[in-house]
Write a protein that binds this ligand. Structure first.
Ligand SMILES: [Mg+2]
Length: 176
């Protein structure tokens, strides 16, 4: 019933999506949410581990970009460190921002992985756009005020999703 909200995969950290794995999936682009996917909302820039990760993807020929619902300053400061392209105030789960980002970087949704910590914004947006949606466990239990009320509903969907994949053979990538 809520399958349109199910991610293709649920992982505990973005680092699980290595360049090798992304290539194996046949993807050539990764779109990231920032807040609580890559860093907690009060951390303004990526640390060395994160920038190293971004570079490892780029070295493998995988494009990286940011799609954030936050104001411009947030993406601008965060992305400046590795000169990563971004679209801010993306309006996820709407597709407009996502499509604008695809046009900006010359990618297509069918070859794009979208990673985010929220079902109702990141995963839903990715699914609607036809991208490979990956739900990432939030990096901090602390949410912004705008996000916190949605979490109990997300938990229900995640529970349903996990039940669904365990019934279907326990493979996280089962229902592509
Ligand atoms: Mg987020």
């Amino acid at each position: 019933m809520f399958k349109f909200l199910y991610p293709k995969e649920y992982i505990s950290s973005v680092y699980e999506m290595s360049a090798e794995k992304i290539k194996r999936l046949g993807m050539d682009t990764v779109v990231f949410d920032i807040d609580n996917t890559l860093v907690p909302y009060w951390i303004k820039t990526p640390d060395e581990k994160l920038t190293g990760y971004f570079r490892s993807l780029e070295k493998a020929g995988i494009k990286t970009a940011v799609l954030s619902n936050s104001r411009e300053e947030r993406s601008k400061v965060f992305c400046a460190v590795t000169s990563m392209p971004y679209v801010y105030r993306a309006g996820k789960p709407g597709r407009k921002g996502f499509n604008a980002l695809m046009a900006k970087i010359g990618s297509v949704p069918e070859k794009t992985v979208i990673m985010g910590d929220q079902i109702f914004t990141d995963v839903w947006c990715g699914n609607r756009a036809g991208a490979y949606s990956v739900l990432v466990k939030q990096v901090s239990p602390k949410d912004e005020l705008i996000t916190a009320p949605k979490r109990p509903f997300e938990k229900i969907i995640v529970k349903m999703y996990l039940r669904h994949i365990s019934k279907n053979g326990g493979n996280n990538e089962q229902h592509k």
